[in-house]
Design a binder for this molecule. Structure first.
Ligand code: HEC
Length: 158
């Protein structure tokens, strides 16, 4: 195959990525399987991240409590300036995008990973991350909308 062939493949891959990124949100409407998410996390994230309470920063920041929190808050970790300043809240929706293509969410993001391509795998990993946080009241967290999460959290408080 000549260079043109490769260019076409690269282009198609980009398109597939873009199409994927637009169709992912509905896939998170269903509940993820946290147990399977834990297995996936060990395979795909654990080289860089410690998920448990009291975990330390490594190549990536410690992730306990990242679910539902503002990005860039792990103490002592040097984030990319863009992510640190992004003000992103780690909703399922944002995590969904992040573990597919970090730079699409925060240009200059310094997390490099093979994209998690299967929607169910993403939902499972996100369900697992939720268990590695104190966000227990957020039963709506499997839904992509932060607004509904906030409402639930309010209800749980009152
Ligand atoms: C090769 C190392 C590496 C792998 C693999 C990796 N990450 Fe990361 N991750 C990072 C780095 C580095 C950052 C900081 C990014 C930045 O500052 O731009 C990060 C940031 C994050 C954040 C933001 C945390 C915060 O405090 O704002 C989340 C959430 C996250 N990663 C989840 C995951 C998940 C889930 C996986 C597996 C699917 C994964 N990461 C795989 C290196 C990695």
């Amino acid at each position: 195959m000549g260079p043109k062939g490769y260019a076409v493949i690269a282009f198609l891959a980009l398109c597939a990525g873009a199409a994927n990124a637009q169709t992912i949100d509905p896939t998170l409407g269903g509940p993820g399987d946290a147990a399977h998410g834990q297995t996936l996390f060990k395979q795909r994230c654990a080289t860089c991240h410690q998920p448990d309470k009291g975990g330390k920063n490594g190549i990536g920041p410690a992730l306990y409590g990242a679910f539902g929190r503002t990005a860039g808050q792990a103490v002592g970790f040097t984030y990319s300036p863009g992510l640190k300043a992004s003000g992103i809240t780690w909703t399922p929706d944002k995590l969904n995008q992040w573990i597919q293509k970090p730079a699409s969410l925060s240009p200059g993001a310094k997390m490099v990973l093979p994209p998690v391509n299967m929607p169910q795998d993403r939902a499972d990993i996100i369900a697992y991350l939720k268990t590695e946080s104190d966000a227990k009241a957020q039963s709506a967290a499997d839904k992509p909308k932060i607004s509904s999460m906030k409402k639930k959290a309010k209800k749980a408080e009152s």
